[in-house]
Design a binder for this molecule. Sequence first.
Ligand code: ATP
Ligand code: MG
Length: 426
Amino acid sequence: MTRIQIPRGTQDIMPGTVELWHYVEAKARELCRRFNYAEIRTPLFESTELFQRGVGETTDIVEKEMYSVANPRSNDALTLRPEGTAGVVRSYVENKLYGSPNQPTKLYYLGPMFRHERPQAGRYRQFVQFGAEAIGSSDPAIDAEVIGLAIRLYQELGLTGLSVELNSVGTVEDRARHREHLLAHLNGVRSELCEDCQSRIDRNPLRVLDCKNEKCKTLTKDAPSILDYLSEESAAHFEAVKDYLTALDIPYHVNPRLVRGLDYYTLTAFEIKMAEIGAVETLCGGGRYNGLVAELGGDDMPGIGFALSIERLLLALEKQGVQLPITGGIDCFVVVQTPEAKKGAFILVDQLRQAGVAAELDYLDRKMKAQLKQADRLSARFTAIIGESELANGTVVLKEMATGEQQEIKQDEFISVLAAKVQQAN
Ligand code: ATP
Ligand code: MG
């Protein structure tokens, strides 16, 4: 029989690695608590139309990357979520969070996203995004807070040498003014641009600047910068964001070509990059989306957010050789020396577990020596031995593996003694 394999672009996260995920996810949640962002959980699939409208028809995501299925009971199609913002904003509107006096609404999400991409290092078809959204404030300070939240996560995990690439893509009006000048430039080199870019010129010319093709990059090197077409108000917002970032000691680099793939971005756009992460160097992307909430049927509320994947974060940690402080191993392996002791040991293990101790015993009828080996494999901090003499005088021999120190403890005191030792060490 042929063996069925894992789908392309997905991964199993196995014991031994999943602990890294737990650590990073716990850190992200903990940081959100400190920054006062509350978790929101939205469905893994939504109406396809949500992403068409919320992410934008001319984006790579909507054009090429969505997993969609026809909804068998109605005419609308459903799509596995390729990103988090559209669902969060849909929920924000649906639950009328804009009507709450508690503003801005600060939310975070952590969960799988799905994109039909060409798999490579740091690029998967299912990946986990951590993202945050602050909806209901235009204050440039919150732009800096959102960027800061992502940066602090990376910093607290031990990454160094990150840079924030920053731009303002202006308002719809700013972009309209910029557009004719940009078009004039792009039309001048049209025939030499890649096929994708040629079609982008007519549909969303700013995105030509986002093309990863080296030839396109060179051809558009001197294209007019959006930053030269910002209104006074937009320019002031950009200046204030930079000022707040400096105040937080977060270095940034203004990159006027940074446009982000998504249509709904306004004003602040940013990416966080690492110097040398190989094929994929962007760790995090985000920006302002004033206009998205109204686009999805809510009051006209401004918003800003970011998204980063845990996969690229772990890849970055690996590249920089950062060891996360993961402590594995069980607390106590109960070794059974004679078959008569088995039932007592079985009860003891259950009692230990109830007392908060991670405990295990043998289930393969191993000899004592093999049981000790198993204890070793499980990195047990203690072993407890119950044998004939221990049974006779109601004691347990407790051994601390690191020191080799042994002590004989009365069975009725054993649970509390060990629980106390374990608690002390934790
Ligand atoms: P890229 O240009 O690398 O395709 P993107 O613009 O599509 O990125 P966003 O939609 O902004 O990325 O997603 C935000 C973050 O999510 C990225 O910076 C990256 O960390 C992560 N990410 C995006 N796509 C993938 C993927 N296929 N696999 C793993 N992580 C991803
Ligand atoms: Mg992409």
